[in-house]
Design a protein around this ligand. Structure first.
Ligand SMILES: O=C(O)C(=O)C[C@]1(C(=O)O)C=C[C@@H](O)C=C1
Length: 369
């Protein structure tokens, strides 16, 4: 018999695809079985007779995702594996209750990307035109959760988000970090050699400043409310480009002219998930508090001493001038641990004695994805 490499390849492919078909069938059945379990979970939750049934359980989701990563033996990497489970769980939750999430819009912003990364594609996301509106929408109960940016690795803190917490009773229920890649995009009508204007959000323009200085030193940089708005805006402008994320390019049908133009290669933004309820401990948690102090020498040192004493690890300290008294300051402090942990409780009790006011903004699972 003569050896025919082409037909051997064909045979090998057929055999492998048969195996894939069998595996897919099993995966499909298992996913359906999992979804039925989630439906039963919903029934159990409803039968408990609580005045308000909470279907979404951030601490449980974090545990499921962490376990998927721990179990993983490759060849997919841990993040890919967790991402797949993220979507399965998102679809299961949607069977229990379709979750509504407000985000800083318009459609196509990095905040929407963060919302989908955190809740999966089965969540219903609603664009809001300002951070305050995201807070209000959650407070009013029009949505279950909100997603707002809080700090960027190169541009620092989003002060507007922090200020909103001072006057709000909302809780932080989660955090999510997103690698931010900026792309220069144009529309079908743009003359790419005649770009004289570049639109984007001021933070994005700042994050690409060196690249713009080198490649488009003469183009006017126009700051608009969001990069998605920038993307929308250039649709009919022959001499304009926008800097935005991939999602905006896809949404508004734009073409990428230059990809990944951010000055810092590991540019990332942290987003917070805000809701109305306290989240139980997941095992690996963080807590955010806000305290206001009189402006006296050593105030910050005094304030932080209890954390050191009780071995609570600080992850961030941010100062903002208080809006109530000219000489008062507020500190936003993040640390590892949950308010259910005894060392955290002890440290917080000691901090409370030293400050004018202390508010726990929430304990929540450390971002998994
Ligand atoms: O364990 C639960 O409480 C569920 O509702 C199930 C489930 C899941 O699919 O695993 C779904 C939604 C919750 O946010 C957490 C987990």
């Amino acid at each position: 018999m003569s050896h025919d490499p082409q037909s051997e390849t064909k045979q090998n492919l057929i055999a492998l695809r048969d195996r894939i078909d069998t595996i897919d069938e099993q995966i499909g059945e298992l996913i359906s079985e999992r979804a039925r379990c989630a439906q039963e979970v919903a029934e159990v939750k409803k039968a408990a007779g609580e005045p308000q049934v909470t279907f979404y359980r951030p601490e449980r989701e974090a545990q499921v995702l962490r376990r998927a990563m721990e179990r993983n033996k490759g060849p997919l990497n841990d993040e890919e594996m967790a991402r797949l489970f993220r979507e399965i769980m998102s679809a299961c939750l949607a069977l229990e209750e379709p979750i509504k999430v407000a985000f800083l819009g318009p459609e196509g912003t990095f905040t929407q990307q963060a919302a989908i990364k955190h809740f999966g594609h089965s969540a219903v996301t609603r664009p809001m035109s300002a951070i305050d509106e995201v807070f209000r929408e959650v407070e009013a109960g029009a949505v279950n959760y909100g997603v707002v940016p809080v700090e960027n690795s190169s541009e620092g803190v989003v002060t507007h988000t922090l200020d909103n917490f001072i006057g709000s009773n909302l809780k932080i229920c989660g955090e999510v970090e997103l690698r931010i890649h900026h792309h220069l995009m144009i529309s079908d009508v743009t003359h790419k050699d005649a770009i004289t204007r570049i639109y984007s959000h001021s933070q994005s323009l700042a994050q690409c400043r060196k690249w713009l200085d080198a490649h488009y030193p003469k183009a006017e940089r126009v700051a608009v409310n969001s990069n998605a708005e920038a993307a929308k805006r250039i649709k009919g402008e022959w001499n304009a480009a926008a800097i935005a994320g991939r999602m905006a390019a896809e949404l508004y049908g734009l073409n990428m002219l230059h990809e990944k133009i951010e000055d810092e290669p590991d540019n990332s933004t942290r987003f917070l998930i805000i809701g109305t309820e306290r989240v139980p401990a997941s095992g690996t948690d963080k807590t955010s508090i806000v305290v206001s102090v009189k402006n006296s020498p050593g105030a910050l040192h005094d304030l932080l001493a209890p954390f050191q004493k009780h071995k609570v690890d600080l992850t961030r300290v941010e100062t903002r001038p208080s809006r109530t008294g000219a000489w008062n300051y507020v500190f936003f402090i993040d640390f590892k641990g949950h308010t259910d942990d005894v060392p955290v409780q002890t440290a917080l009790a000691e901090v409370a004695e030293r400050v004018a006011d202390l508010k726990v903004l929430g304990s929540y699972p450390k971002g998994v994805l």
